[in-house]
Design a protein around this ligand. Sequence first.
Ligand code: ADP
Ligand code: MG
Length: 256
Amino acid sequence: MSAALEEATPNAAQVPMIEARGIHKYFSGTHVLRGIDARVAHGEVVALMGRSGSGKSTFLRCLNRIEEPSEGDVLIDGTIITDLRTDVNSVRADIGMVFQDYNLFPHMTALENVALGLIHVRKRPRSVAQDLAASALKQVGLADHLTKYPNQLSGGQQQRVAIARSLAMRPKAILFDEPTSALDPEMVHEVLDVMRTLASEGMTMVVVSHEIGFLRKVADQLIMFDDGMVIERGPTERVLDAPEHARTREFLGALK
Ligand code: ADP
Ligand code: MG
């Protein structure tokens, strides 16, 4: 089909799951994001890399409006969510987020942590929420730990509870912000394995990570941030193996 014809007959598969258009962010006068565009297709895994302070977390947080962009729009599955009328709680349930430090409630069991959003945001009856929570925990390999409190779980298990908490909401996509960087090395793989399984099942994911081996296997596209801008992007292997930008080469060189 010609490009012109394709444009004239849009189909759902061509509408990105996540689209960022010209995102800027200022923090009290500091220009932290300076015009970021990105498109994440349905079922695609996109990695964000770049040095500390380059704006990766801020950008990720703008995608589900944990942070409000100062300028620009975010579209989820074709719908603009950066609109004052949009219900931010439902956006955050649709676009889950997994943080470096898990953010579980310490006084709640794994099951209660996962059920919470189902009850309060998705408005499921408690018994239904608990069934869904149990099945999400099973999906991340924690069927035997439903009634444990966070301090009775390892870091890797806590992070898998956090993934289950996102998953239970039946999100359209999940954003991961350095999900393994707070973990002891022996626990990194159990979290990456869960993420790889999710990706293979078709979950749309945006992942800030410097786990090169994992990204090679799982990420379709790699976006390099530097100083609040995208300096390079492309298929993961191409960017890793033949970086075009001097700053990308420098950054990747320092990781080795
Ligand atoms: P990265 O995740 O790539 O390390 P961040 O998005 O966390 O980068 O930060 C980008 C820049 O924005 C940094 O200079 C950081 O200090 C600044 N920043 C992030 N969050 C805030 C905030 N809430 N208030 C002020 N400055 C912030
Ligand atoms: Mg960060």
